[in-house]
Design a protein. Structure first.
Length: 234
């Protein structure tokens, strides 16, 4: 996944320049802004695929700017559904919750590991692209993203909210092996794996519900790595 336009809204010039250079090297089209007003103008003019947004800006709070992006404004043509990842030195849980409440898709505290930030960007972009598609289909598996309904061979499958989120993530890129830490972060918001069986237990339940008790499996555990979704042959 490369070539997407990313708007970097960052108060600190060295951090702004670093992100612009690294993202450009990774194939992204990068635009930069220091102030909120400039960011809104670029968001309307260019309509980027994703915005990296600092919480502290010279002219406006990044939290308030995120709210304005989500609300939209008469005569301003940005996409109110544009994915937003807040990247900030304000790393308290209250700040993270405030960011999500204002409409952020993810919240990355500083200092960050660049490779992790890019991984989270790609995850958010995958979800956004999946949402724009009305339906995901992998063989006999059908996922209607609008109604959040799942069918296998035309038969409905009842999933919990997190089971559904896990399945959509896997189905967004069939055959790809998603690492456990990726899934725990993207589906549950965990920052570290720790000792948890949450992912394994959810994957097991989704597999059981999709299989309806039969031997074949949709969700494959790649030992020591993570999970992937495979299309079953008839």
């Amino acid at each position: 996944m490369a070539g997407e336009a990313v708007l970097v809204v960052e108060n600190e010039a060295p951090a702004r320049a670093y992100l612009a250079q690294q993202l450009a090297d990774d194939g992204f089209e990068v635009l930069s802004a220091e102030r909120g007003g400039e960011a809104l103008e670029l968001a309307a003019a260019v309509r980027p695929d994703l915005i990296l947004l600092d919480a502290v800006l010279p002219d406006v709070s990044g939290f308030d700017l995120c709210s304005r992006l989500r609300r939209g404004e008469p005569g301003r043509g940005w996409d109110p559904d544009v994915p937003v990842i807040m990247v900030s030195s304000r790393a308290e849980s209250a700040d993270r919750l405030r960011g999500f409440a204002r409409g952020a898709d993810d919240y990355v505290p500083k200092p960050f590991v660049y490779d992790e930030l890019v991984a989270r960007m790609r995850a958010v972009l995958r979800r956004a692209n999946g949402t724009r598609r009305v339906r995901l289909e992998v063989g006999e598996l059908e996922i209607d993203l609008g109604s959040r309904s799942v069918k296998v061979g035309g038969e409905p499958v009842q999933l919990s909210a997190k089971e559904y989120d896990l399945l959509v993530t896997l189905a967004s890129d069939p055959e790809r092996v998603f690492r456990k830490d990726e899934l725990l972060r993207d589906v549950w918001g965990f920052r570290a794996m720790g000792r948890t069986r949450t992912l394994d237990s959810h994957a097991s339940r989704v597999r059981r519900k999709l299989n309806r008790g039969s031997d074949p499996t949709w969700i494959v555990n790649v030992w020591g790595v993570g999970y992937r979704l495979i299309e079953l042959s008839s």
